[in-house]
Write a protein that binds this ligand. Structure first.
Ligand code: PLP
Ligand code: COI
Length: 350
């Protein structure tokens, strides 16, 4: 791997006390190219624009997939990645489904670790803050016919981040639009999944909701996920989440939160979850909490759920009564090396 370092760092321009998601990008980026059936030209270079052909299939047919992961610091400035192998595996699942070449593990992992090591000063050390890492793969050639590209570019960029959602969320159960369909690409992080959600999300925003709670495309009666989060409901004495299937992104944060909950002897169910069950729980008061989990969102709880013209307020629990916040703290403690890591999730960057 070639390394070309910046001559001047932009880091002094960053006010780490006031970082917004995606406002600043770290000094370097990793690139590797797939040409003639081989990965080559791996390089870490200064963050900047790239030049690719206008015929690149990423522009025309949307051959693009990505991942989202984070690096954390502890109090002694040691740096940890969180479950990077899970992101690597999911990245290749997405690539394969979009007919793109999977990444060799050494290119993904060595590129990732070296980049984060070089840009380690960009990882904030405040609790809850982190460096959000975005690996992505795009098709960089083609002949405008609707066939997969022969050439691809893999890149990793990163940005210091704080909480994604500042306030409790107002969520609309969607009954018209869909995020994914049976046999489709809902389980991948295909760029197009996000593009197609923007329009219905804007409509929901204009009605006063923060995010959509997606339901199954054929009946709109089963809960899937929300925005960029998997969803968890505290129903009676159990945590219930829709079982990951081909329509749902199998989220690493949700998996982790539920493993932590099970370790705390909380009952967890991964199963089909109907909209009616949620509405019943809201009406009868046994839905205690609902929250979303994701790398960017971490754990964000819902204050209201909208369904068929009615706004259902969730119980206004005190902070110390919120299971979502207790589990979030346990997760952040593991991520920031403030507690034991019984699951072996942290990867120390040497
Ligand atoms: N669902 C969608 C659509 C997402 O974009 C994300 C974010 O990555 C998630 C769920 C949560 O997944 P993870 O916890 O792995 O970030
Ligand atoms: C993530 O949480 O990693 C995401 O992918 C969210 C991002 C689209 C902002």
């Amino acid at each position: 791997m070639k390394i070309k370092k910046i001559s001047y760092s932009r880091i002094k321009k960053v006010n780490f006390d006031k970082i917004k998601f995606g406002n600043f990008y770290s000094d370097h980026m990793f690139c590797s190219e797939f040409k003639n059936g081989k990965w080559k030209n791996s390089v870490i270079k200064p963050f900047g624009n790239i030049m690719i052909s206008p015929i690149s299939l990423v522009f025309h047919y949307g051959q693009a997939v990505f991942e989202g992961m984070k690096a954390y610091k502890d109090r002694k400035n040691k740096v940890f990645l969180f479950r990077p192998e899970d992101n690597f595996r999911r990245f290749n699942k997405s690539a394969i489904r979009l007919e793109m070449p999977p990444l060799p593990k050494d290119i993904f992992m060595n590129g990732l670790k070296k980049l984060i090591d070089i840009d380690r000063d960009w990882i904030p050390n405040n609790y809850g803050q982190s460096l959000y890492i975005r690996p992505f793969l795009i098709a960089t050639n083609g002949i405008l016919s609707a066939k997969p590209s022969k050439d691809y570019m893999f890149m990793i960029i990163s940005t210091p981040v704080d909480t994604y959602y500042k306030n409790p969320l107002k969520i609309k159960i969607e009954e018209k639009y869909s995020r994914s369909a049976s046999g489709g690409v809902g389980f991948t992080k295909a760029a197009g999944n996000y593009a197609s959600s923007f329009y219905p999300t804007r409509l929901a925003n204009e009605e006063g909701f923060d995010q959509i709670l997606w339901t199954d495309s054929s009946t709109h009666t089963k809960i899937e996920e929300s925005g960029t989060m998997n969803v968890v409901f505290w129903l009676k004495n159990k945590l219930v989440t829709p079982k990951p299937n081909e329509n749902i992104l199998n989220g690493i944060t949700c998996k982790s939160i539920l493993s932590i909950a099970e370790r705390e002897k909380i009952k967890v169910e991964k199963r089909d979850l109907s909209v009616l069950e949620i509405i019943e729980g809201l009406k009868k008061g046994y839905l205690k909490e609902a929250f979303g989990c994701g790398t960017a969102a971490v754990v964000s709880f819902f204050k209201m759920i909208h369904y068929k013209g009615t706004n259902f307020e969730l119980p206004n629990l005190q902070k110390h009564d919120r299971l979502s916040l207790k589990l979030k703290k346990k997760l952040l403690d593991i991520q920031h090396n403030l507690s034991e890591d019984p699951f072996g999730w942290r990867v120390l960057l040497k």
